[in-house]
Ligand binder design. Structure first.
Ligand code: PEP
Length: 251
């Protein structure tokens, strides 16, 4: 089965409510002519309801930037996957490097969130990626493998088709420094190979692996031309309607 490309915009903690609604509408309009590719946007949780209403008649998928591991409970500051689904959310970014490195989220937490997302019907994007020191010390593959194994712990073969993986080298996020297409492809191929070891060949062939880290209109075509790159997780350039329009129309 062919892997349908997915371009995902992570709006992080940016945009006023009015700006988020305007951008949501612009992305929805950009997607009107798209065939055989998917587009997702992840506004802040404060803007999800409004952006959901603004994009509901479009093909744009709505995502949260994180989700809790229980249906409900005493978890101040968290959003349950069930509550997110009520808002029209269908996907969630998990284990983003900003969650891991600024807020101290562990692999175990990311895994709990991921299992809950799957159980309650949200499609998770599991983010993995090395820091600059890891790469400099030759530990890129070990770090990525550990995050991948820990994040997917307890995920069954039948659940795996709901999972998307995003390779995001931390040194390339928000820095303007993109991994070269060769660097990205090398790690994507490695991730697919590991998934084949953990599951089986046909599942490894079907899972989508996105690249994230300073994706821009100027580099998206080269990255998307790589055999194992199935889409992009875009931060900064997703906040500008024109740039994101060019990215989703990658060639
Ligand atoms: C991200 O937020 O996941 C990201 C890749 O950001 P940027 O595109 O700005 O590097």
């Amino acid at each position: 089965m062919a892997r349908i490309p997915l371009i995902a915009g992570n709006w992080k903690m940016y945009l006023s409510l009015a700006e988020a609604v305007d951008l949501g509408r612009a992305v929805a309009a950009s997607c009107a002519d798209l065939k055989n590719r998917q587009v997702m946007i992840a506004p802040t949780s404060a803007a999800l309801a409004a952006v959901s209403a603004a994009t509901q008649s479009s093909t744009v998928k709505l995502a949260a930037q994180n989700s809790g591991w229980e249906k409900e409970g005493a978890f101040t500051g968290e959003n349950s996957p069930v509550m997110l689904k009520d808002l029209g959310v269908s996907m969630v970014i998990l284990g983003h490097s900003e969650r891991r490195h600024i807020f101290g989220e562990s692999d175990a937490m990311v895994n709990r969130r991921l299992l809950a997302a799957l159980n309650f019907g949200l499609q998770p994007i599991l983010c993995v990626g090395e820091q600059l020191a890891d790469r400099d010390q030759g530990n890129t593959f070990a770090v990525v493998e550990n995050q991948l194994r820990a994040g997917l712990e307890g995920v069954s073969s039948t659940q795996l088709d709901q999972v998307v993986v995003a390779y995001e080298p931390v040194w390339a996020i928000g820095t303007g420094k993109t991994a070269t297409k060769e660097q990205a492809q090398e790690v994507h191929a490695f991730i697919r190979e590991k998934i084949e070891t953990l599951y089986e060949k046909n599942l490894a062939g079907e899972i989508r692996i996105l690249y994230g880290g300073s994706v821009k209109p100027s580099n998206v075509d080269a990255l998307m031309g790589q055999a194992d790159i199935d889409g992009a997780l875009v931060g900064g350039a997703a906040l500008d309607a024109e740039s994101f329009d060019r990215i989703i129309h990658f060639k």
